[in-house]
Structures are given as C-alpha cells and as structure tokens.
Design a protein around this ligand. Structure first.
Ligand SMILES: [Zn+2]
Length: 303
C-alpha cells in the first residue's frame, strides 16, 4: 500500500493530484468501521480490531492489535464498557499519542445514544455483570448508526477540514440510505409485530425495540454468566407457556446451549450475526441487517 502511494505521488508531480488526506481510522467494533468507511469515503481507511465473529466483550489484547493502531489518526471506541476489558490495554500499548483517551483522535461512539438498561444503584463487574453502564449493544438499532455517522462526520471534519464538504455529503447519503433501508426492514417484519425471541446474550434489545419485536429472555442467566441446567429448564418451560419459538445466538456463543434450550422449549435456534462480519453475508451495516431481518422472517415462518 505504501509503495503504491509513493508511486502515485511520483506520478502526480506536475499534475494536480488530490491530496492524500487519508485519515487512518481504527475502531473497536466492525459496525463502527463500516459506518466510518461510509462517512469517510475515499478519504478514509477504516479497520476494526474486533472481527464480527469474535465476542466484542472479550478480545485478547494481543501485540498485533496494538501494532495495527500505532499510526491511526482516529480511534473509535464503542463506549459503555463494551470494550472496557481490553481497550485499556490495547490503546496505551499502541504508544500512539493521537488516539489516547482525551486526545482529539479518540472517539466514544456512544455519545448521544439513548442507552437502554441503565443500572440503578451500584453495579460491579465482580458480580459478573458485563453491562455496568447500561446496555452497550446500541449498534443493533440501525437508527443509532445514523447518530454515530453524524458524530464521526464532525470528528473527521475537525481533523481534516479540507474534506469537510465530502464528509457532510457522505453523512447525508448514509442517513438517507439507512432511512430507506429501515422502511424496507420494517415492512418485512411488520407481520410479526409483538412476536418474541430468546437471545443468547442481552444484545438484541435495541433491534427488537426498533422493529416491534420482544426479547422474551436470554440463554445466559445474566450478561456474561453462562446458564445453569436449572435456569435452562425454567426458561424452556416459560418459553413453552408463552409460545416462544425462536432462539438466536452469535457465532462466538455456545451454539449447543442455544440449541439445547430450543429443543427443550419446542423452538428452533438460529445463528444470527450481531456485528458486521459475523457471517460472510454481513459485509457492511446494511447487509448485516438484511441478513438479520431475512433470517428472522424465515424463523417466524415466512408468514
Ligand atoms: Zn453485552
């Protein structure tokens, strides 16, 4: 890549070549990299440290991750402690002053988001709760990604003012494309309004709230706490009584537990990505929601 750029610069001598403003953007989560790429367009290269098939709560803080962000101009964190177990190791480890918390290049993408499940009173990680500041999976609501896009547009424009007009235009196009996509997903899910699902982890609530579905319960007994056999049988019984037929899980969760619960409850379990890259079809935030919605339509019986 570097060689190519040098070649292009040499080629460009004497010509008016567009400046290589290229903001190098790194994000904690693949959905944030996807939004950054839409907003940044040709001026930005965006990478994600956590891949869509990895649990975003527990990413190993490997030296390769620190190296990957050592010359980033911007780092976008999910915030709300979703990445709180590993970013505090990876970011200082990068020794990159531009992206340390407090620096201009460090972004908390949860700013401006209406957070669900905010805890009342004091919660500690010692009790096993991995959502100490409320539910951090806000990227499950596509409308929230417009808030992230607006936020990133502001950051990119501050850091790279010469391309501010492009960032603003890309942002507007992103919001319009998302609004139109949301209308389509709403139409596909409309026949199932009020239907329930059981999610492996409490990470689908933003999505279900947006589209009029309900999270009946989780396979985990608490965020980050695997289920006991007793908890699974109780949940299965409750599902049978309520007629809940759909269990969903992500690639990084224990599929057997999800399937076992589904079997006991007379339901079926479906692998559904919650993050871009969770399955090969989920190439960006749009195709991710396409996949989620079409899988749920099948799960609910394609009425
Ligand atoms: Zn979580």
């Amino acid at each position: 890549m570097k060689k190519l750029k040098i070649a292009l610069v040499l080629l460009g001598w004497g010509l008016t070549l567009p400046a290589f403003a290229d903001l190098k953007v790194a994000t904690a989560l693949s959905d944030l990299a996807s939004v950054a790429q839409f907003v940044g367009g040709k001026h930005v290269t965006a990478i994600s440290l956590c891949k869509g098939y990895e649990d975003p709560h527990f990413v190993p803080a490997k030296p390769s991750l620190m190296k990957a962000i050592q010359d980033a101009d911007v780092f976008v964190s999910v915030g709300l402690e979703l990445d709180g177990g590993w970013l505090p190791l990876v970011i200082p480890g990068s020794r990159n002053p531009k992206i340390q918390p407090g620096a201009e290049g460090f972004v908390d993408a949860s700013e401006g988001i209406d957070v669900l499940d905010k805890p009342v009173g004091t919660v500690s990680r010692a009790e096993g709760d991995i959502h100490p500041l409320g539910n951090p999976h806000y990227y499950g609501d596509p409308k929230n990604l417009e808030i992230v896009a607006d936020h990133l547009t502001q950051i990119f424009s501050d850091l790279d003012p010469s391309n501010a007009a492009d960032y603003a235009a890309n942002d507007k196009a992103f919001d319009a494309k998302m609004d139109s996509a949301i209308k389509g997903w709403e139409a596909q899910l409309a026949p199932y309004k009020g239907d329930s699902l059981v999610s492996y982890h409490e990470n689908f609530k933003y999505f279900t709230n947006r589209f009029g579905l309900k999270v009946f319960g989780t396979v985990e007994s608490k965020p980050g706490i695997p289920p006991s056999p007793r908890y699974l049988s109780d949940t299965a019984e409750a599902m049978k009584t309520a007629g809940v037929k759909v269990v969903i899980y992500q690639p990084y969760y224990d599929a057997d537990e999800a399937k076992q619960l589904a079997l006991k409850a007379g339901a079926a379990a479906y692998e559904i990505p919650n993050e871009v890259g969770g399955v090969p079809e989920a190439k960006d935030v749009f195709s991710k929601f396409d996949f989620i919605v079409s899988t749920l339509v099948q799960a609910y019986g394609g009425k």
